[in-house]
Structure formats: structure tokens, C-alpha cells
Write a protein that binds this ligand. Structure first.
Ligand SMILES: Nc1ncnc2c1ncn2[C@@H]1O[C@H](COP(=O)(O)OP(=O)(O)O)[C@@H](O)[C@H]1O
Ligand SMILES: [Mg+2]
Length: 227
């Protein structure tokens, strides 16, 4: 049996109204199976971040269809989209978007804020995930005292704390030196053991190489990679 699809995009168009109007996605169709690790590559301006915003339910297609975990989302009311986001999605960005004055566990627990999980359980799970990303010894450190690589590990921990079916990462190693990038990559690889689906935008050939599949974007269109 093949794995169920987590992502099904059909003929997705995204036009920014401007002026001048920009057609950032020009009819994108792609399916991603549960547990797949997919890299999205392509030149600056080719539509990668727009695609991620659509996948993350942060923005809506101007036309076309997006089914997330089998549920069609394009016509959903905003409130339903927000609860789907909390239930199914995790986000990691190039800049870490952490609260610098809060400690590691508090930052991780924030990832579960909108998932309906009680505060004490959020904290317990945050401590678990903190250990998983190798930061148990830094659990009560203020985030501003961590290295860049450690901060990205906190951001990943925050993103996976709610056990998302789909993790979206936009240039997660873009601001890291090679050693720290390697730690982050190992962590993303380790997500395979619990079946997390990963879509990662990257300019880093090593990140792309480790994915199961590469999608190349050119001027708002996707061409499927070599598998
Ligand atoms: N909010 C916006 N308003 C208008 N144009 C935008 C907006 N966001 C992105 N664009 C344009 O859409 C195209 C795709 O952008 P983007 O998805 O950010 O590409 P990438 O992430 O591959 O660099 C670019 O031409 C960009 O200038
Ligand atoms: Mg981008």
C-alpha cells in the first residue's frame, strides 16, 4: 500500500494584486506522500516562499485546489484554516523567530500554544522535545545566550513539539556555519523515524541531496526532480 497523501496541489495559481500584478505561481500541481522529505530549489523570485505560504495555510491560492491531509482547504473559512494550521503544521524559518528573553523550554512550549494543550502538559512535552534536539543541558538558558545553531534547534523543537504531520522549513541552514548546519540536518533526518513529512526550501546542495525528492521551481512553475 502506498502512503496517504499529505499534500495535493492542483493547478494552483497565486497572483499578487500589485500594481503591477505578479503571477508568483502559474499553475502548480504536486502531490507529497506522508513521510516524504521533499526539497524545493530554484532561483530567487521563482515562487518558493509563495508556495510555502500556500502549503502553510498562511495565504490562499488565487485559483486551484489544495488538499492538506485529505481535506480541501481553498474555500475554508479563516478560523478553520487556523485550527488546521495548529493541528497539522510546523514552521522553521531562516531567522529563528524566537523570544530572546525567554528560556529554551518556554520557547518550545510556545509551539503548542494554539493546539488546545493544557499549560502543564505543554511544559512536559517541551522538556521532552528539548532533550530530543540535544539541548537538555540548556533547557533553562535564555535563548539570547545560545549560538545560532542552538537557536535553530530550539526553533525546530518548537515546530515539532505539536507533532505536526507536515513540517515546512524555508532555508533552515541559511544563517548557519557548516558544523551547525550539519546538526540541524541530522535533526531533520531524524524526523523520518516518526514519519514527519518535510518540505524544505534550500539553496544548499547538501540539504537538497538528503531529500527523497527535489522539486525545481522556475518562474512560478514546478518541474518534478529526478526522485
Ligand atoms: N506580497 C507580495 N506582493 C507582490 N509581489 C510579491 C509578493 N511576495 C512575492 N512577490 C513576488 O512574487 C514572486 C515570487 O516570490 P517568492 O515566492 O518570494 O520567490 P522565492 O521565494 O523563490 O524567492 C517574485 O517576483 C516576488 O517579487
Ligand atoms: Mg523565498
Amino acid at each position: 500500500m502506498t502512503d496517504p497523501l499529505i499534500v495535493e496541489l492542483r493547478d494552483v495559481v497565486k497572483t499578487y494584486p500589485g500594481p503591477p500584478a505578479v503571477e508568483a505561481l502559474r499553475g502548480v500541481s504536486v502531490s507529497i506522500a506522508a513521510g516524504e522529505h521533499v526539497a524545493v530549489v530554484g532561483r530567487s523570485g521563482s515562487g518558493k516562499s509563495t508556495l510555502m505560504a500556500i502549503l502553510g495555510l498562511l495565504d490562499r491560492p488565487s485559483a486551484g485546489h489544495y488538499a492538506l491531509a485529505g481535506v480541501e482547504t481553498s474555500q475554508m473559512p479563516d478560523a478553520t484554516r487556523s485550527s488546521m494550521r495548529a493541528a497539522h503544521l510546523g514552521f522553521v524559518f531562516q531567522s529563528f523567530h524566537l523570544l530572546p528573553d525567554r528560556d529554551v523550554v518556554e520557547n518550545i512550549a510556545l509551539g503548542m500554544l494554539y493546539g488546545g494543550c493544557p499549560a502543564d502538559e505543554r511544559r512536559a512535552r517541551a522538556i521532552d522535545v528539548c532533550e530530543r534536539v540535544g539541548l537538555a543541558h540548556r533547557a533553562s538558558a535564555s535563548v539570547r545566550h545560545l549560538s545560532g545553531g542552538e537557536q535553530q534547534r530550539v526553533a525546530i523543537a518548537r515546530a515539532i513539539a505539536g507533532a505536526p504531520a507536515l513540517l515546512l522549513a524555508d532555508e533552515p541552514t541559511g544563517n548557519l556555519d557548516p558544523d551547525n548546519a550539519e546538526d540541524v540536518l541530522a535533526l531533520l533526518d531524524a524526523l523520518r523515524t516518526d514519519g514527519t513529512t518535510l518540505v524544505v526550501v534550500t539553496h544548499d546542495p547538501e540539504v537538497a541531496r538528503r531529500a527523497d525528492r527535489r522539486l525545481r521551481m522556475t518562474a512560478g512553475l514546478i518541474e518534478d526532480g529526478e526522485g
